[in-house]
Design a protein around this ligand. Structure first.
Ligand code: NAP
Length: 259
């Protein structure tokens, strides 16, 4: 399928690895030039070079912490006129409801709510002026099916979801389409670290922790960044103009939700 976005320009935040990289690759495959962000310069530059060589698009790496105002200034300075924004950042640590103080909540809100909102506020005015734009926010299944140990994530991502619910309806008349993607468990460093936490808490091996989780997924496996990226590219395509403010669950059927 021709997604109709060849020659467009995208910023992909937190995209040197995992789900962000999956989105970057799928956009590059559709012919989109990229400004690619992550904190660690080495992995970022390697990923940028691989994607540019494989798909023949321009990829500008910007090493910066997207959860800080200074980091965003660096990314936005490299961005120029952008048609597509993929918001992403690392997820907060697991724990118990009683573990967290104000600083922990502020850090989670900065990373998983306020940073994506700031990026939208910076880039959407230009998209609206030009009459076309696409925004995808990577959130989590925890927005629809909250996970006990991920209270910080449940809280911050729900805030972003509420913001998008209203904002997506305000900007759609100007051709800017915002949607959220809600990953269930995907095979990335984040999943390895979450399985490590379960293994420790339950006194089982990481392999057993993974097998236990796989048993709860009707698709019988973890998701991969390629599956995830394909949906992201579709939501950023010309074909997605009638999909507004949706929360799209990619979880292999793990969460039984009727709507
Ligand atoms: P990952 O494999 O750990 O990759 C995270 C990527 O983000 C890396 O490229 C990392 O590079 C970059 N990054 C992290 N913090 C950053 C920051 N502050 N500024 C800029 N770049 C940053 O994670 P993932 O599995 O792809 O997860 C992506 C998001 O989806 C996370 O918020 C995660 O909580 C959420 N999620 C994941 C799953 C899953 O199963 N994988 C499920 C539900 C939700 P640097 O470290 O070099 O910055």
């Amino acid at each position: 399928m021709d997604l109709g976005i060849k020659g467009k320009r995208a910023v992909v935040c937190a995209g040197s690895k995992g789900l962000g990289r999956g989105c970057a690759e799928a956009l590059a495959e559709a012919g989109v030039d990229l400004v690619l962000n992550a904190r660690g310069a080495e992995a970022l530059e390697a990923t940028a070079a691989e994607i540019a060589a494989k798909y023949g698009v321009s990829v500008t790496p910007v090493a910066a912490d997207i959860t800080t105002p200074e980091g965003r200034v660096k990314v936005l300075a490299a961005a120029g006129e952008v048609d597509i924004l993929v918001n992403n950042a690392g997820g907060p640590p697991p724990g118990m409801w009683s573990d967290w103080d104000r600083d922990d909540f502020i850090a989670a809100l900065d990373a998983n709510m306020l940073a994506p909102i700031a990026m939208m506020q910076a880039l959407m005015p230009g998209m609206m002026e030009r009459g076309w734009g696409r925004v995808v926010n990577i959130t989590s299944q925890s927005v629809r099916a909250p996970i006990g140990v991920l209270g910080l994530s449940n809280a911050a991502r729900s805030g972003l979801t509420g913001f998008v619910a209203g904002t997506s309806r305000q900007v759609a008349p100007k051709g800017v389409i915002i949607n959220n993607m809600l990953p269930g468990i995907h095979d990335t460093d984040r999943a390895t670290s979450l399985d490590g936490g379960v293994s420790k808490a339950e006194g089982i091996s990481p392999e057993e922790a993974r097998a236990k989780r796989v048993a709860t997924i009707p698709a019988g496996r973890y998701g991969d960044a390629g599956d995830f990226g394909a949906m992201c590219a579709f939501l950023c395509s010309q074909k997605a103009g009638f999909i507004v403010g949706q929360n799209i669950m990619l979880d292999g059927g793990q969460n039984y939700i009727s709507i």
